[in-house]
Ligand binder design. Sequence first.
Ligand SMILES: Nc1ncnc2c1ncn2[C@@H]1O[C@H](COP(=O)(O)OP(=O)(O)O)[C@@H](O)[C@H]1O
Ligand SMILES: [Mg+2]
Length: 227
Amino acid sequence: MASERVLMKQGAEAKLYKCNFYGRPCVVKERFKKTYRHSALDASLTTQRMKAEVRAMLRSRMCGIPTPTVYFVDMVSSSIYMEELQDSQTVRNYISNIQNETTDINLAMAVLQPLGKRIGEILGVMHKNNIIHGDLTSSNMLLKGEPSSHDIVMIDFGLSHFENMAEDKSVDLYVLERALLSTHPNTERLFRVILDAYCAANPDGAKEVLHKLDEVRMRGRKRTMVG
Ligand SMILES: Nc1ncnc2c1ncn2[C@@H]1O[C@H](COP(=O)(O)OP(=O)(O)O)[C@@H](O)[C@H]1O
Ligand SMILES: [Mg+2]
């Protein structure tokens, strides 16, 4: 069925392998046992995350949000077999490269603006369909092919859930804001571009989400002040 695997990445929760699935380039995401967790709790968390990931990938695709095609799910080894996005890079890598190429913030912003628009549009559609990603970072977005085509594919939905509440959506955006600003310096403007596009894609729901986002930011700030 699947050819020999080659280890690609070792994360905190899962190992990623490359292989071939009936002739198709494939990535296997295998969640492994965490020995420091109680074994029954660990098994249940692993299953829960794997199910959440597959469900959200399929649901996102149905809403027109690109995610890798799921080929096969193996509950015994907690593995998801999915399409390998060849010729892709993480948005994290792309932003870092642009920022390394120029110290001119305006120039970097001009290049990154259409990317931000596309990210905002995707998140707006996701939230309109009540899909909360749960771990929005620039590493969990892949850019396929020529970066200037802004062909973004969303990945890593293990912490996702379905929820209509503005609060959950605002926390999703807050996680992205914190991740962006801590990974990439001077990306405040990029985040604003993302939010503008988010509002345009989700005009009915966005106002309440952004209002909540202000509250979530305040809470975050208080927490860092208290320490
Ligand atoms: N379908 C895929 N095609 C190509 N690369 C992928 C694919 N899925 C994941 N990756 C790569 O592996 C990395 C880790 O995958 P991810 O699902 O985010 O797992 P983790 O939970 O370890 O963060 C991604 O940042 C990306 O570089
Ligand atoms: Mg990830």
